[in-house]
Design a protein around this ligand. Structure first.
Ligand SMILES: [Mn+2]
Length: 326
């Protein structure tokens, strides 16, 4: 099936960024995501959909040190809660350079996590090339924590605080490369059902557009995606990036992930989000993050849960790249 390339792409070339970053959260295994998706046929699937694989780059995480949390936070700001700011800043900058380059080339940019912190790189880099780009953030969580509100200090709960410019006041030098930020009408959240109490205040103050599971229950996923697109396209067409956290999908359909929350997108809703964005012809990039093959409900006999999670991950990428039922 030939996918029509987006109107913001030059060709059907797809660049792959493999970002096996795990330091943005606390569980081993999420770094195995890119490898296991590729081992299970990702490249063949991409090519079968009519895309041509361009560059495939892997972030070098050998230098990520596990022993220097808060190393580059100025002394007067100690006490705020953020783990591995130097390591995360370096890893995300590396991702950002690749993403910026790929967007400059007007190729589709597919970033495989790793945890969701990698989206600071993929989106932050894309915004250097396409400052007007819109983002659809599909997630169980708000991902808007700051070092002051974060209960865990894990950067994978903070990417939207970075991308919307809320982190500027913390002066984290390792993230200095992050220049362009998202405005309120450039971002919509879909599938949300778990927000930390102080994070909620930040999100309300900043004024983010949230389509939580409640709106999906009330209107259905079809109407929710129409409303989401209305917001993003209100001043005309623009390139769109889909940041897909697998934990947005109900754990019944995607159990192998680190922060499961019940009551998520069902199988078809999960696909519809990707399909309806592919349909716009404006999609220029996607992240697929937080698949952790080592996790499942039944431990250690979680083989089947691992399989269904990888499978739906691959399928969601296919839907974003233009696969249609009919
Ligand atoms: Mn997330």
């Amino acid at each position: 099936m030939q996918s029509p390339p987006s109107k913001f792409l030059k060709s059907n070339t797809l660049n792959l960024i493999r970002a096996p970053v795990a330091l943005g959260q606390g569980l081993e295994g999420v770094d195995e995501g890119p490898e296991i998706l590729i081992k299970n046929g990702l490249i063949e699937q991409i090519e079968a959909l009519g895309w041509k694989l361009g560059r495939s780059d892997e972030i070098d995480i050998r230098d990520l040190r596990w022993n220097s949390p808060q190393a580059d936070i100025p002394a007067h700001q100690q006490g705020v809660n953020i783990k591995f700011p130097v390591e995360m800043g370096d890893a995300c900058r590396e991702i950002a350079l690749l993403s910026q380059q790929s967007n400059d080339e007007k190729a589709f940019t597919l970033t495989l996590g790793g945890d969701h912190s990698v989206a600071i790189g993929s989106i932050g880099g894309a915004l250097l090339s396409r400052p007007e780009m819109g983002v659809v953030w599909v997630d169980a969580h708000g991902d808007f924590n700051t070092p002051e509100t974060s209960p865990s200090g894990n950067v994978h709960g903070m990417p939207l605080a970075f991308l919307s410019g809320l982190m500027k006041r913390y002066q984290i030098p390792s993230f200095d490369w992050l220049k362009n930020h998202l405005s309120q009408n450039q971002l919509v959240l879909v599938g949300i059902r778990s927000i930390d109490p102080e994070e909620r205040i930040i999100m309300k103050q900043w004024g983010v557009h949230v389509f939580s599971m409640t709106e999906i229950d009330r209107f259905g996923i079809g109407v929710v995606m129409e409303k989401a697109k209305e917001i993003l396209f209100q001043s005309g067409d623009r390139p769109i990036h889909l940041s897909y956290d697998i934990d947005a999908v109900d754990p019944h359909f995607a159990p192998s992930t680190g922060t499961r929350v019940r009551g998520g997108l069902n199988y078809r809703e999960a696909h519809y989000v990707a399909e309806s964005l592919a349909e716009t012809g404006s999609l220029v990039g996607m992240d697929l993050v937080e698949i952790n093959p080592r996790l499942g409900y039944v431990d250690p006999a979680h083989r089947e849960e691992q399989n269904v999670t990888i499978e739906i991950g691959l399928e969601l990428i296919a839907s974003a790249l233009g696969r249609r039922i009919y």
